[in-house]
Design a protein around this ligand. Structure first.
Ligand code: COA
Length: 190
């Protein structure tokens, strides 16, 4: 796989996706101040901006090593950041994860960003399969994944730990062949 340049940019109908930047801390911090925002995610509500930055880690280093690509998706016209989406190596496979700032949820942005990231995964990175997990109660996340062609694989009763409690997770996946088939049928339908 060729190196993906740090200034790599993906454009969709409404969004621009680029590598997440350190000056976006306030935007991410603001999202985490909304009640329940972190409940479905494996990372906890941070206590400080320093803790948040430490959790996000060295984004360019992971990008350069080909280990993980964290993108921020923005409104193409205004440049307003709307959310983040990652595709990264985890447990021997490639996983996607995403969130939309609560102010901008319900407008189809996560679905649009995920569709773009699947194209990046299969066409640019040349992957054969992408997986994703969600807390089993997280219907919004499930809706986004299924809309982009992910299919249920397995239920994990002890998925991840949150405040000392196990959260059950569902794991979904999409293969390159399934993605290509969906793309063909979309083209045929339009
Ligand atoms: C999950 C999440 C990323 C979705 O982002 P989004 O930009 O709102 O997603 P979209 O608008 O593309 O699609 C969401 C869909 O879920 C639906 N939805 C939202 N909440 C729902 C609920 N409680 N029950 C059923 N459907 C729900 C929306 O109506 C929408 O479907 P529609 O377009 O058919 O109306 C967002 O809710 C989020 O950031 N949540 C907090 C972080 C998180 O849980 N991330 C996922 C970790 S796996």
């Amino acid at each position: 796989m060729d190196l993906v340049p740090l200034d790599y940019r993906i454009e969709t109908e409404r969004l621009t996706l680029r590598m997440s930047q350190p000056d976006e801390t306030d935007f991410v911090w603001d999202a985490t101040r909304y009640a329940g925002f972190n409940d479905g995610m494996m990372w906890n509500k941070p206590e400080s901006k320093e803790e948040l930055d430490a959790f996000v880690g060295n984004v360019p280093e992971r990008w350069r090593s080909g280990d993980g690509y964290l993108f921020t998706f923005r409104d193409k016209t205004s440049g307003q950041p709307l959310g983040r989406i990652v595709i990264e190596r985890r447990c021997g496979g490639w996983n996607a994860g995403f969130w939309t700032h609560p102010k901008y949820q319900g407008a189809g942005y996560a679905s649009e960003a995920l569709a773009a990231i699947l194209e990046f995964a299969f066409e640019t990175l040349g992957l054969n399969q992408v997986s994703a997990c969600h807390a089993d109660w997280n219907i919004a996340s499930r809706t986004v994944l299924e809309r982009c062609g992910f299919r249920f694989k397995v239920h994990i009763e002890e998925g991840f730990e949150k405040d000392g409690e196990w959260i059950a997770q569902d794991s979904l996946a999409i293969t390159r062949d399934q993605w290509l088939a969906n793309r063909c049928s979309e083209k045929t339908a339009s």
